[in-house]
Design a protein around this ligand. Sequence first.
Ligand SMILES: *[C@@H]1O[C@H](CO)[C@@H](O)[C@H](O)[C@H]1NC(C)=O
Ligand SMILES: *[C@@H]1O[C@H](CO)[C@@H](O)[C@H](O)[C@H]1NC(C)=O
Length: 431
Amino acid sequence: MRSSWILSQLAALSCLAQASPLLPFGEQPYDSSVNHSEPVRGVNIGGWLVLEPYITPSLFERFRLSEDSDEGIPVDEYHFCAKLGLEAAEAVLKTHWDTFYMETDFKQIRAMGFNLVRIPVGYWAFSRLANDPYVSGVQEKYLDLAIGWAKKHNLKVWIDLHGAAGSQNGFDNSGLRDQINFLNYDENVEVTLRSIKYLLAKYSGEQFADTVTGIELLNEPLGPAIDMGKLKSAYLQPSYDYLRSTLQNNDQTIVIQDAFQPPHYWDSFINTSSANIIIDHHYYQVFSQGDLARGTPERVSVACGWGQSTLNEFHPSVAGEFSAALTDCAQWLNGVGIGSRYDGSFWKNGQGSYFIGTCEGDADIAEWSETRKQDTRRYLEAQIDSFERTGGWIIWCYKTESSIEWSTQLLAKYGMFPQPITSRQYLPQCS
Ligand SMILES: *[C@@H]1O[C@H](CO)[C@@H](O)[C@H](O)[C@H]1NC(C)=O
Ligand SMILES: *[C@@H]1O[C@H](CO)[C@@H](O)[C@H](O)[C@H]1NC(C)=O
């Protein structure tokens, strides 16, 4: 029933849509409130319309059965909804959507000097598989509210499809952890295409044109674990063609996440001069033992190399996710029940880790050493400088319930995120 409603909405939208000239990236209609020679300076609205246990642990703690283990705690939004049942899940989620982000946040984000927000949303917000436990059809109202706040406060928006049916990466932030079945069943591709087409039709329309300046087809497909040829032929290309060839408002910028592929991989994908594609590269140095063991000078030099490596790619690029984190200490960052590599508590699929340092006091700024604060600021500045040589950057993420490293709000409060946004405490580190 829901899917036929979506289809009729789609038909209505594409009929009503009106033609507008094709404006490549960087040549949007003039808007005096936005400095078009600025790079993208954005922040991710993480943990809002797609749950992540580490961003809002309080939503998940209600299921705790034991002090000694994470037994009973759902590992992702799929299992969160399955455990609560649709009605209760909808009530809890509505409260979360009403309170975790509000207009005051967007006002503050603009006041901090950002010019864009990237908003993750799951396919299930718009259409579901027959047996999906997810709440659906409600998130759209909040997405529209957020776009309205952005417009009012002079922020641009990228809408980012963060979860595909069956999961494109097995991460909890895709909605469904520990399986990568997106491309393995036709119905997964069909339902995900239905959602992205709905997003493309609605948010490329005239009503949103001055605010929604990019739609990201799919966040972080796990390239090495999936059929990249099929990802392109069964999902990315049809989505792109639907926008450019079927819709009348067809000039939206398409954002393609790099799928963990090396620089220049996407040079051969839709490489016409009018492609209007931005490649979104994500960068972290906390998800392997080798990354975590680095000292700050080495970490900074890796960060400087990131911007450099994409300068001559065919498509313009933005670092759509990166963070200040020097550790993986935030509770559940690696997933419910998994632990941290940094302090040796990590355990997943028979893989452990070795101790680098303690995670105690990670969520308490009073426990942070001056060195840790300085290293964090230095690493952040290096990344921002590196990415400003490209199309810009979008930090992950604006707020968390308790983690400091992953909260731009707290990093700014404690002097680790540059304010004003262009100020620097360290000499240019990427020359
Ligand atoms: C626009 O941004 C550029 C690059 O950051 C800067 O040099 C210039 O001063 C800015 N212009 C205005 C009017 O703020
Ligand atoms: C464009 O893509 C084709 C393959 O689709 C490739 O052969 C060609 O080298 C690419 N052009 C550039 C400039 O990368």
